[in-house]
Write a protein that binds this ligand. Structure first.
Ligand code: NAD
Length: 469
């Protein structure tokens, strides 16, 4: 080997070393300063996978300490996240988003949700344990951009997984801020970095990279029909939490004053963004006038003029009849102003009587607009409610004191959540019993998801031992 050849080899080695150290610096900068937020989806998945390998070595107590830290850190940033969500998406209400964040912090189950099962007999003992999937790809909606991230992260980490989030392009700053806070929280109690990751500037390509990445073991989509279909076509284990169009039925036995209060409160919560919120009201003819009268005193603005109703349709629906995104999640007063109506400050939602075939009734508007349809009796109401729910099996609400009506309606509609004599949000544990979730998996059947929904059941068998009967 001559001197030139030796110099060339030395130069190649030096170039390679320099390149490696550069890439180490850039990946180091990205992992430590961005707290889980990556430019590329591949990097986000790789980082979460490394974190998962570390998490596997941690005890349940340590995992619970990460959950406790998430609750504590997020509770100091509730107002910030609520304001950011409204500012970035232009949807919803800050005061209601504050309540939603508090609900997620307080009522999303942690490691206590995971219960082992056992079979004991002459042949010994078989133990069934809930174990992690690995790295979960979770897609978040624009309507609850940080609430879904926090709720999913608590449940998924409690179950021993790392998570890569696919945020909505119109809400990623809010989702990603939540990811950063979660990582800060976990690291503050000695947990691994990047247990939760995400991408900046999300695109459909990045979402597809996530769904097909070999290191993503499971998918969880919270959103409309498109994304649920996409994860269910992925060939991987997938949880789909899709759209709803919750009908509320009021019959002649209901406490009408209370029903009016509950319906307006549920339907105007976060300007009707929640998938569980009352989207159309069916009322038995004999109590319809009294219900509408009471709704008005609860902040319902009754729109009666046919010309204004037409104007409202033209304003909030696009030419193809779908809801115009410019009005989704907007304040009722803002929508009324757009049609030239100056409504009182106390206005919470717009109420109007419509035909059962009206697009306001059929479409999931996600606006504080409540169409009211008169029915002759509860039987007709139940049949219509089933039709309007479109088989989503999501949420339905009923105000009645007749146990037969309540039972018949619940049996006929087969929804994941059925709320009796309360606002819809009682169904996710807000002023209602039970834990909360922001991922309600009707299509795939997990129902109100929690840590155990993100586990694989594994059996461990010990023959001829540990049976003490
Ligand atoms: P959306 O479907 O427009 O978006 C949801 C997420 O899916 C976003 O992150 C988006 O980027 C992504 N996405 C959409 N289509 C995709 C595809 N083909 N491939 C990959 N990713 C895709 O929904 P949205 O407007 O943000 O949220 C509102 C919808 O979500 C409503 O229909 C509401 O009912 C539903 N939702 C359901 C639940 C539930 O728990 N069941 C909870 C919240 C919202």
């Amino acid at each position: 080997m001559n001197k030139d050849q030796i110099e060339q080899i030395a130069k190649r080695v030096m170039d390679k070393l320099e390149h490696e150290s550069d890439s180490q610096v850039s990946s180091c900068v990205q992992t430590t300063s961005n707290k889980g937020v990556f430019e590329s989806m591949d990097d986000a998945v790789e980082a979460a996978h490394s974190a998962y390998l570390i998490l596997k070595t941690k005890s349940m107590t340590q995992k619970q300490s990460y959950i406790d830290a998430i609750r504590s850190v997020i509770s100091q940033h509730v107002e910030e996240l609520a304001e950011l969500g409204v500012k970035e998406t232009g949807m919803g209400r800050v005061d209601h988003k504050v309540l939603k964040h508090k609900l997620v912090i307080e009522k999303t189950p942690g490691t206590e949700d995971l219960k082992a099962d056992a079979y004991s007999g002459d042949d010994g003992l078989s133990l069934i344990e809930m174990s992690a999937f690995g790295v979960i790809g979770a897609i978040a909606p624009s309507t609850n951009p940080s609430e879904t991230v926090i709720c999913n992260a608590i449940g998924m980490i409690a179950a021993g997984n790392a998570v890569v989030f696919g945020p909505h392009p119109g809400a990623y700053r809010t989702s990603n801020r939540a990811v950063q806070l979660i990582n800060e929280a976990i690291q503050s109690v000695g947990g691994p970095e990047n247990l939760v990751t995400t991408v900046c500037n999300p695109t459909m390509d990045k979402a597809n990279t996530m769904m097909s990445h070999p290191k993503i073991n499971m998918l969880c989509a919270t959103g409309g029909p498109g994304v649920v279909k996409a994860v269910l076509s992925s060939g991987k284990k997938a949880i789909g939490a899709g759209a709803g169009n919750p009908p509320v039925l009021v019959d002649e036995t209901a406490d009408i004053e209370k029903a009016a209060e509950h319906i307006i409160s549920g339907c105007s919560f976060d300007n009707n963004l929640p998938c569980i919120a009352e989207k159309e009201c069916l009322v038995v003819e004999s109590v319809a006038d009294y219900l509408i009268f009471n709704m008005q005193s609860q902040g319902g603005y009754l729109l009666e003029c046919p010309k204004l109703i037409k104007k409202l349709e033209r304003t909030v629906l696009t030419e193809n009849g779908s809801p115009d995104r410019a009005y989704i999640g907007k304040d009722a007063k803002y929508i009324l102003k757009a049609i030239g109506v100056d409504a009182p400050e106390s206005t919470m939602c717009i109420i109007l009587e419509t035909d059962k075939n009206h697009l306001f009734v059929i479409e999931e508007l996600m606006m504080p607009i409540l169409p009211i349809v008169r029915v002759k009796d509860s039987c007709e109401g139940i049949d219509l409610a089933v039709k309007l729910e479109h088989g989503f099996r999501h949420t339905a609400i009923c105000h009645s004191k007749n146990i037969d009506v309540l039972t018949a309606y619940a049996k006929a509609i087969q929804t994941t959540i059925f709320v009796k004599n309360a606002p819809s949000y009682a169904g996710i544990g807000f002023n209602g019993e039970g834990y909360t979730t922001f991922t309600i998996a009707g299509p795939t059947g997990e129902g109100l998801t929690s840590a155990k929904s993100f586990t694989r059941k594994r059996r461990c068998v010990l023959a001829e031992g540990f049976n003490i009967k």
